[in-house]
Design a protein around this ligand. Structure first.
Ligand SMILES: NC(=O)c1ccc[n+]([C@@H]2O[C@H](COP(=O)([O-])OP(=O)(O)OC[C@H]3O[C@@H](n4cnc5c(N)ncnc54)[C@H](OP(=O)(O)O)[C@@H]3O)[C@@H](O)[C@H]2O)c1
Length: 237
């Protein structure tokens, strides 16, 4: 397929970094977005320099996402795929939770996704492009100690469905719902007892490259059909 121009948040680590590298290897062009320019530079140094652009920005800042999208329009003439992957999970029993952690999850996982999609939407619709959301098995199920995280991922799935229904002929929409993936994700949990009890489950989880492969499959299938939803779980679960 022709090289796609891809807007990717959360590109400094885990699933986002693995996806950036695989997309560049496949000949696509990717704008990497996160707050950590140093990590993105180190990832980008392994990629063809014509296939990556870097943007230091916070997904909770709508203006910063508009600037990032404009950079793609200026440099590459538009956007074909938006992957608002940045997300955090801060796990805690509801009764002990810090309200600022709830707000942060909503700001990054919901508002951050909306900021990315909104910034890209005009160009995506012009190009009959694609939105690939990173949901979670927590988008369809609710688990203890992660109620607000589950709520944010249910919201992500609802947004995917609304985009799919409203722009049926103009946008492909895919939600990838991973189970546990071995990334730095669990480090966000400040409740140390809970964090260390969950850590082995994440360490035994999938390699982020496996999720990147599902994302590439969703992009490169376009024209033959659309994967609306892909759930990926670790072996034997
Ligand atoms: N790991 C899992 O088991 C798992 C399972 C299901 C779904 N997911 C989802 O997968 C996505 C990626 O998570 P991951 O596992 O790859 O975690 P990760 O390794 O911790 O990566 C999270 C990424 O999000 C970025 N990010 C966080 N807050 C941000 C902000 N305010 N502005 C910009 N970027 C921000 C981080 O960049 P900086 O901090 O450098 O800015 C980092 O690049 C998330 O949406 C997560 O909910 C993960």
């Amino acid at each position: 397929m022709k090289s796609q121009r891809i807007f990717l948040t959360g590109a400094s680590s885990g699933i986002g970094a693995a996806t950036a590298r695989l997309l560049a290897e496949k000949g696509h062009r990717v704008l990497l977005i996160s707050r950590d320019l140093k990590s993105m530079k180190s990832w980008a140094s392994t990629c063809d320099e014509n296939s990556v652009l870097l943007h230091e920005g916070d997904v909770t800042d709508a203006k910063a996402m508009e600037v990032a999208a404009q950079k793609m329009k200026d440099e590459w003439g538009g956007i074909d795929v938006c992957i608002p992957n940045a997300g955090i999970g801060v796990f805690s029993p509801l009764e002990e939770a810090d309200i600022s952690d709830w707000h942060r999850m909503i700001d990054v996982n919901i508002k951050g996704v909306l900021n990315g999609v909104h910034a890209c939407l005009d160009s995506l619709l012009t190009n009959k492009g694609q939105v690939i959301q990173i949901g979670s098995v927590a988008a369809r199920n609710v688990f203890p100690n992660s109620g607000v995280y589950c709520a944010t991922k249910h919201a992500v799935l609802a947004l995917s469905e609304s985009l799919r229904i409203e722009f049926r002929d103009r946008l492909a929409v895919t939600t990838i719902n991973p189970g546990a993936v071995n990334t730095a994700f669990i480090d966000q949990t400040t409740n140390s007892e809970l964090r260390e009890s969950y850590r082995p489950q994440f360490e035994k989880g999938m390699d982020p490259v496996f999720i990147a492969e599902a994302i590439v499959l969703a992009i490169e299938s376009k024209g033959r059909g659309v994967f609306s939803e892909i759930t990926v779980r670790p072996d034997n679960r």
